[in-house]
Structure formats: C-alpha cells, structure tokens
Design a protein around this ligand. Structure first.
Ligand SMILES: Nc1ncnc2c1ncn2[C@@H]1O[C@H](COP(=O)(O)OP(=O)(O)O)[C@@H](O)[C@H]1O
Ligand SMILES: [Mg+2]
Length: 288
C-alpha cells in the first residue's frame, strides 16, 4: 500500500513541516511506502470526470476542502476525511455539529454575512451579543488557527470596532468562559483518548503555544476522556486535538476542534509518541 502525506502548497511554517516529517518517519518505521506531496495538481476535472494524480491512502494535513473532496471522489481514502476537515475548519459549523449531538460548547451568536464594504454595522447584532453573551465577549473568525483570529472585546465600543473591521469576514461571538489564558488540549486518535496537556498563558487570554502559552501534562479524568472521545466520534475524526475550556463551576465546554492539531508540544510534555500512534492507527485500518 502506498501512503502520501498532503501538505499545503505554500508550506513554510516550521511546525507544519515537522508534523509531516514525523508522520512520514513513523509510517516508514512500520515499513510503509510513503512520501510527502504538496497540494498542487493532485486532482483535476477532465471531460466531466474527476481524475487524480495520486493513488493509495492519503494523510491529509492541509485544510483544502476542494482537493480533499476531489481525491475522495476518486476513491482515495483520506485521514481525516474531507467532511471531517470541512466541519472542523469552520469553527461555527463545528459548534453547530457539537450542539446537535449534546456536546457542551460556549454560547455563540453568529454574525450575518456582509457583502458590502460600505455597509453600516448592525446595532441590533451588537445589542444581541451583549444581551446573550454578556461582557467581556470573545469574537472569532470562522476560519483561523494558532489564536490569530480570536479577540477579547471588553465593551460595546470594542464590539462595534471589531464588527466594522471584520464584517466582510465570516465570524461569530462566543461567551467568555473561565478566567482566560487557560485550556486543556486533548489528543484523540481513532476515537480513543491519547493524552492531554494543560496550556496556560499569563500574558494573553489565548493559551495557544504560538501566543506564548506553556503546556504541562494533564491527567485526564474519565469525564474529560468521555467528552473528547464523543466529540471526535460525532465529527468522524481519525485524528484531532480538542481545546476544552472550564468555567468557575468546573463545567467543561468544547472550545474548538482541530483536525490537524500540531502535536510536537503534546509529545514533549506528555512523553507520548503521537506520530507513532497515528501511523499505527492508519496502518491498522488498511483492510477496514
Ligand atoms: N470562549 C472562550 N472563553 C475563554 N477563552 C477562550 C474562548 N475561546 C477561545 N479562548 C482562548 O483562546 C484560544 C484560541 O481560541 P480557539 O478557538 O482555540 O482558536 P484557534 O483555532 O486560533 O486556536 C483558546 O485556546 C483559549 O485559550
Ligand atoms: Mg485552538
């Protein structure tokens, strides 16, 4: 069986390069024929038929839903699947899917799509955000990672300013949970809990490692494991990193789900070979 690891065509982030190399290394150790390919011309439509330039099994580390859908149309099995990647890529779609399946997520208010740069922002929306979510409130772009598209807004003026600057970008508002700067990142492979890391950032409400957060091994209890395994199953993910927030009463909420979570820091602090576990899972599914 041939395996190909798909990375973004314009890859330059060191963590992305390292992630692909680690999975390649572990698949090779298991004797697999594997190569890393960039997401360029992997498939095309020719005479009304989708044709693929690749064959075998794909480990899809990009978020390009078009390429993923086309490869799957050609009968190629992908880890994760195109549908799972699509739902995780759009944070609001993730929250809808989780809410439909009884998984607690922070309260959310979506921002309506806006097509005009000169449109006045909606005061009705601003009222609704404050009424339903209270202050401060978290604003997020639907697409974004590493904490880049996540903002904390403290008053009405900051919401109005955010809305003016982001009205053309799909985004939503979310209830602020806990005290900020802390969450738990949980890695799940094949629907089974692997390890967890507590992330703390003393300088920012975003606990992402890329925003200065620090990770420590976290001993997950059965309730956390159950929540995260259920989350990964609801979203049909083969591999994921789930961010979990905890409020003052100890109630947990799924903050977001990453179909392509970087695992270097979790491997380091938890002492678990995550790349190996993922490679073994993929190989074990060969005849599934
Ligand atoms: N509703 C929230 N309440 C409190 N903190 C939050 C909330 N949403 C996000 N955060 C903080 O911001 C970080 C980044 O948000 P997240 O939705 O995971 O976006 P990203 O995809 O950029 O990682 C989280 O890890 C958490 O520390
Ligand atoms: Mg996150």
């Amino acid at each position: 069986m041939k395996y190909f690891i798909v990375v973004n065509a314009y890859i330059k982030n060191k963590s992305q390069i390292a992630q692909a190399a680690r999975i390649e290394e572990e698949l090779k150790k298991s004797g697999a024929d594997v190569q890393i390919v960039k997401n360029i011309s992997l498939a095309a439509i020719k005479d009304g038929i989708i044709v693929s330039a690749e064959s075998g099994v794909g480990i899809f580390l990009d978020k390009d839903k078009v390429a993923a859908r086309m490869l799957e149309s050609c009968g190629i099995k992908l880890y994760n699947s195109a549908a799972a990647i699509e739902v995780c890529d759009d944070k609001m779609l993730t929250h809808i899917a989780l809410s439909q399946n009884g998984i607690p997520t922070p309260d959310c208010v979506y921002a309506p799509l806006c097509y005009y740069a000169d449109a006045e922002i909606s005061e009705q929306l601003v009222d609704d955000v404050i009424k339903k979510l209270a202050l401060p409130v978290v604003a997020k772009t639907c697409y974004g990672s590493l904490g880049a598209g996540v903002s904390l807004l403290r008053d009405r003026t900051e919401i109005e300013e955010y809305e003016k600057n982001n009205k053309l970008i799909p985004h939503f508002y979310q209830k602020f949970i806990g005290i900020g700067g802390a969450d738990i990142r949980v890695i799940v492979i094949g629907g089974r809990y692997v390890c967890a890391m507590r992330r703390i950032n003393k300088n920012d409400f975003r606990s992402n490692i890329e925003q200065g957060g620090r990770g420590d091994k976290y001993e997950a209890d059965s309730e956390l494991i159950e929540l995260c395994e259920k989350t990964s199953k609801v979203l049909s993910l083969d591999y994921c990193g789930i961010d979990v927030l905890t409020d003052e009463d100890g109630k947990r909420y799924v903050c977001e789900v990453n179909s392509n979570a970087f695992f270097a820091e979790a491997e380091r602090v938890c002492g678990v070979n995550i790349a190996k576990k993922y490679a073994e899972f993929i190989i074990s599914r060969k005849n599934a």
